[in-house]
Design a protein around this ligand. Sequence first.
Ligand code: HEC
Ligand code: HEC
Ligand code: HEC
Ligand code: HEC
Ligand code: HEC
Length: 275
Amino acid sequence: MRYGLSLFAAALFLAIFLCAAPLLPQGARQSTCIECHQSMQDQARLYQPVEKWRESVHAKNGIACHGCHGGDPTTMDEEAMSPDKGFKEVPKPETIPDFCGACHLGVKEDYLASAHGKALGKGGPQCATCHGAHGIQLASPQLINSQSCTQCHGYERAAQIREALVTTDDRMSALDREMKSLHRVGMEVVDLQGRLFDTRNTFHRLFHSVDVQKVRDNIAEIQGRLSEIALQVEGIQAQISRRKRGGAIIVGLLAALTALLLYLRHTYSREEKSG
Ligand code: HEC
Ligand code: HEC
Ligand code: HEC
Ligand code: HEC
Ligand code: HEC
């Protein structure tokens, strides 16, 4: 009897699962691009992109092979890579900015207007020179270093930009941490966090201009905005410490009052005994 019941439950569970499986989101299933390419272990050119991509910021944000290359990730043969299915030619260095710019439009504009963009196809770097193509990681000023920036020119101007970026980057991270700890103790900081987020976006657009003077001018303005935010954060912190001090005074007063009462009771009972 019991056995029959659990068998029935198992069958019911299986039926529900089979009905629900086709409803799983597209991304939860493997793409045919990945399945086929990772099986080509004898051709590094074809399987290495899969290994590098797995560790990338794009993989973490659900951008897979077809996000960049186009094509149909549900077809299990080489038809997946037919131009009819939107598959693009592998980009040459000169077309990579357009290729990445399909999604990173603002960066592409800043880049094309810069000394680097103007030297595209004439010895200038393109997106993948600095970020790579498949193993792309979160961007940070660490991408600016004497190894990768001295392939074509000296490091001096690069170092100036890096220094300006690092100081501001550190200050933003510190403010962000302080706001998070204020938020944890129940303070209202949503507005301030929004302002920091906007400032951070403006800041992160700066680098691709690679214009030392422009970066410095803009950073002066951004530092001004950060100082205003910092002032408000300090205001909230002062408010908390005033509250704590107020609390401490009340606790102190209560303790003094208790001591006084105990003392009075003590002397009172002594007087009763002696009287
Ligand atoms: C059935 C296996 C298979 C599937 C599915 C598949 N590929 Fe490929 N792919 C290959 C092979 C084999 C080559 C090499 C073809 C050649 O050299 O002519 C290749 C080449 C490529 C290239 C390089 C093309 C070139 O011109 O050098 C890219 C990029 C690529 N595939 C991306 C994709 C994407 C994106 C998808 C999914 C939409 C996909 N592939 C699906 C087998 C596959
Ligand atoms: C962020 C965009 C992006 C994603 C995502 C991406 N690729 Fe690429 N891929 C590129 C770029 C740019 C190139 C050309 C530059 C290069 O080869 O470094 C390229 C080149 C290739 C090539 C040709 C390599 C060669 O040496 O000829 C293959 C094969 C390839 N990709 C396969 C894949 C596969 C498979 C995936 C999914 C695991 C994938 N790519 C995901 C941007 C991307
Ligand atoms: C299909 C859209 C798409 C394409 C094409 C694409 N990306 Fe991305 N990229 C994203 C998304 C989505 C994220 C994660 C969210 C974010 O940070 O903007 C991201 C994140 C990034 C980051 C990290 C951003 C950060 O906040 O630090 C870098 C760097 C980057 N991409 C560079 C590239 C480069 C270089 C290419 C071309 C080789 C490229 N991307 C092509 C969509 C795309
Ligand atoms: C000369 C090297 C270099 C080139 C060329 C370059 N980048 Fe960057 N990129 C960087 C550095 C360095 C940062 C980090 C700047 C910072 O931390 O403020 C960055 C930041 C980013 C970010 C994150 C910031 C944001 O605005 O979201 C994205 C996305 C990005 N790059 C995409 C691209 C794309 C797309 C291209 C080509 C059109 C490109 N990069 C060309 C070096 C480069
Ligand atoms: C593939 C070659 C190449 C690489 C790699 C490269 N650059 Fe450049 N860079 C150029 C060229 C070409 C110019 C324009 C000519 C010049 O001013 O030297 C330039 C100009 C500059 C300028 C001056 C811009 C201006 O408007 O005056 C700065 C700053 C700069 N690069 C920073 C960097 C940084 C930072 C990196 C590393 C993240 C880097 N470059 C990597 C080729 C490169």
